[in-house]
Design a protein around this ligand. Sequence first.
Ligand code: HEM
Length: 472
Amino acid sequence: MPGPSTLTNLVEFFWRDGFSRIHELQQKHIHEYGRIFKSRFGFQFVVSIADRDMVAQVLRAEKDTPQRASMESWQEYRDLRGRSTGLISAEGKKWLTMRSILRQRILKPRDVAVYSGEINEVVADLIKRIQTLRSQEVDGETVTNVNDLYFKYSMEAVATILYECRLGCLNNDVPQQTLDYIAALELMFSMFKTTMYAGAIPKWLRQFIPKPWEEFCRSWDGLFRFSQIHVDNQLREIESQMEKGKEVKGGLLTSLLISKELSLEELYANMTEMLLAGVDTTSFTLSWATYLLAKNPQIQQTVYNQIVENLGKDVVPTAEDIPRVPLVRAVLKETLRLFPVLPGNGRVTQEDMVLGGYLIPKGTQLALCHYSTSYDKEYFSAAEDFQPSRWLRHGYLDRVENFGSIPFGYGIRSCIGRRVAELEIHLVLIQLLQKFEIRTSPKTQSVLPKTHGLLCPAGAINVRYTDRREGQ
Ligand code: HEM
C-alpha cells in the first residue's frame, strides 16, 4: 500500500505545522497516493481511507462496541484522579452500557423536542446580545468575531439541557465559575498540540518534558470541577424537593439522577465529556453557516422566503415547525459538508477486513477522511460551492444519504448529541433570519478553515446583522 514515509510525516507535522492543516494534508496525500494509503506516526500505524464506499463498508460492518482510537491518555488521567470514563473515552461493555442509558434519553428528535422552550429563551438572549454588540460599532450593524458570540450561545444552550440551569454566558458579566470553565476549555484546545504530545510522549520522558502532561491534567481538572458543581447542585435541588414531598420533575440530568442507572462518578464524566463535545462543535458550525449565508445573499433570501411562507415572520418556532422549513435543515447539512467539524475520524478494525483490495488486519487504526470525501467531485457536483438545495428531498421515498458527508458519524457510535445540536442550530438560524439580514461588512474578510483539534475558522468572521424592513 502506498503512503508517505515516516520522515515525510515528521517534517510535515512538526516542521510545517501539519497539525493545523490536517484537512489539507488529507487532500494532498490522496492526490499523491490515492483513496487508501498508509502512514506511520512513530509507533502508530494508520490506514487512511478517503473513499465514500470504503467508509460505508467500515461503518456498516461495525459490531456492538466500535472503538474510535486509543484513549490511553484520557484513561490514564481518569485512573490517576479516580474518575470514571464517559461516552467519548469509554470502551467495550462499559461504553455500551452508558450509551444504552443515554441513548434512550437524547438520541431521537422527539426526546429533545421538549427543550424547544428553553433553547428559545437562549436564542432571545443571543438576539439581545447581537443588538448590544452591533450598537457599539460605528455602522450600528457589524458584529466582529461571531464565533465568540456563538460559543456563548452554544455553551448556554447545551447547559440548559445538560445541567438544567442557566450559566449566564450571554450576560454582560459572565459569572466567575463559567469563566473558569471557559479558561479550562481554552487550555484544552489552545494546548491541542501539547495535549496531543501528552498522549504521544512516552511516560518516562515526562520527567524531562513535564509541561504537556501537567497542562492536560490541569484542563481536565477544570472541566470535571465545573460539571461536578452543576450535577451536585441539581442533586441537592432534587433532595430538597423530595424532602418537601413534592413530585420531582425535570429533564435529562434529573431523570439520570433519579434512575441511578449511572453512578455519580459516571454522571460527572458523561456531563463533562458531553459539554466538551457540545460547545465548540456547535459554535463553529454556526459561525460557518453565518459566513456562508452572508456570502451568498440570494440563497439566504430563498431560505428567508421559505421561513416567511411556511412559518411566518414573527412566529417563534418549535421543534415541530422545523420540518416545514427544509431549506434550514439543508443549510446546516451543506455547512457541515463544506466545514465538517471533525475533518477526520478514527476506527480500530475489530476483525480482519478487505478494503480497496488490501487485507487490513484486526486491530488496525483507520483514519476516515471526511473532509476529503466532502469535497470529492465524484460524490458532490460543484463540490466547492455552497448549494443547500442539493440536500432537499424530492419525494417521500427519496433519501439523500451520502457517505461522502456524514458530519455526525454513522451507526451505533455516532454523535449522541446530534439531535441536541440540530435543535440548537435550526431554532437559532430560523430566528436570526426572521430578525436580520446577515450581510458582509467592510470588515468581512475571507476566512479559511484550520484544524485545531476540530476544523475551525482560521480568522475572525465579522458580519452585519441588519434589521429586516417591513415588506422584505
Ligand atoms: C454540530 C455539532 C456537532 C457535530 C458536527 C458533532 C460531531 C460528532 C462526531 C463526528 C462524533 C464522532 C462519531 C463517530 O465516531 O462515529 C461525535 C461524537 C460525540 N458527540 Fe458530537 N457533534 C456535535 C455536537 C454534539 C453535542 C451538542 C453533544 C452533546 C450534547 C455531542 C456529544 C458527543 C458525544 C458524547 C460523542 C461521543 C459518542 C460516543 O462515543 O458514543 N456532540 N460528535
